[in-house]
Design a protein around this ligand. Structure first.
Ligand SMILES: *Cc1c(COP(=O)(O)O)cnc(C)c1O
Length: 229
C-alpha cells in the first residue's frame, strides 16, 4: 500500500472512531509521526494532503523542517533537553512533551526572546511508570497554575504515552485517567485545557473514544520503523 492509501485508511478510522464516540471528526487532528523516515516519504504524505507531522528527536527536526514546505505544522512529541530549546523552538508549532515546570519556564523565556508564542502540552505519566517521562498526576494542577502565569507559551492541554501493550483495552484506563485529570484540573484552576494528545497506531480508536483530540500515528501511515540502521 502507498502512503496516500495508508493515510486515507487512517483518516477514515479516525473519523469513524469519532462518530462512534458521538464526537465530530473535526475534533480530532491526525498527526503523522514521521520520525526515522526520509523527506521523500514525508513529501508523499504532504502530496496526499497531510499537514501535521510529529517528530521525537531534535536532530531530525533541525534537518527536516527547514527543507519542507513552510505551511506544515510540526509537533515535537519526544523528550526535550533544556539546552536544545533555542534551536527547536522556531521550527515547532506545538511541544507535547513538557514534563517539568522548569522546562516550561525555559521555553517561555526563550520564546519571549525570539518573539514566538509556542503551543505546549504538559506530559503526564498517568501510569506512574518509572521508565517514562512526565509529571506525576498530583503535580499537574500546581504546574498548570504556574504555567498559566507565563507570558509567551500557550498551554493547550495534556499528553500521555502509556507503556506499550498490544491490547488497546489495557491502555484504555490510562486514556480515561488523563481525561478525568484534565476535567478535574480545569475545575480546580479555571484554565481551559482543550487538547488531549493520546493514541498511537495500534490504540488511537480507543484514545478517541476516551476524548483524544490529537492522535500521533506513525507506523500505520509510513510502515514499520527500522532502528537497526
Ligand atoms: C513513535 C511515537 C508515536 C507513533 O507510534 P506508532 O506506533 O508508530 O504510531 C506516537 N507518540 C510518540 C510519543 C512516539 O514517540
Amino acid at each position: 500500500m502507498s502512503i496516500a492509501e495508508n493515510l486515507k485508511e487512517v483518516q477514515e478510522a479516525v473519523a469513524s472512531a469519532a462518530v462512534d464516540a458521538n464526537r465530530s471528526p473535526e475534533e480530532v487532528t491526525l498527526i503523522a509521526v514521521s520520525k526515522t523516515w526520509p523527506m521523500e516519504l514525508i513529501q508523499e504524505a504532504v502530496d496526499a494532503g497531510q499537514r501535521a507531522f510529529g517528530e521525537n528527536k531534535v536532530q531530525e527536526i533541525l534537518e527536516k523542517v527547514p527543507a519542507m514546505a513552510p505551511e506544515l505544522r510540526w509537533h515535537l512529541i519526544g523528550h526535550l533537553q533544556k539546552n536544545k530549546t533555542r534551536k527547536v523552538l522556531p521550527l515547532c508549532a506545538m511541544i507535547h512533551s513538557v514534563d517539568s515546570l522548569a522546562l516550561a519556564q525555559q521555553i517561555d523565556r526563550i520564546a519571549g526572546e525570539l518573539e514566538l508564542r509556542p503551543e505546549i502540552l504538559l506530559q503526564v505519566n498517568v501510569a506512574g511508570d518509572e521508565a517514562k517521562f512526565g509529571l506525576a498526576e498530583g503535580d499537574v494542577a500546581e504546574v498548570v497554575e504556574q504555567v498559566e502565569s507565563l507570558k509567551s507559551v500557550r498551554l493547550r492541554g495534556l499528553m500521555t504515552v502509556p507503556a506499550f501493550d498490544p491490547n488497546p483495552e489495557k491502555v484504555r484506563p490510562f486514556f480515561a485517567a488523563l481525561r478525568k485529570l484534565r476535567d478535574r484540573v480545569v475545575d480546580q484552576t479555571g484554565t481551559e485545557l482543550p487538547e488531549l494528545s493520546m493514541g498511537m497506531s495500534h490504540d488511537f480508536p480507543v484514545a478517541i473514544a476516551e476524548g483524544s483530540t490529537l492522535v500521533r500515528v506513525g507506523s500505520s501511515i509510513f510502515g514499520k520503523r527500522d532502528y537497526s540502521k
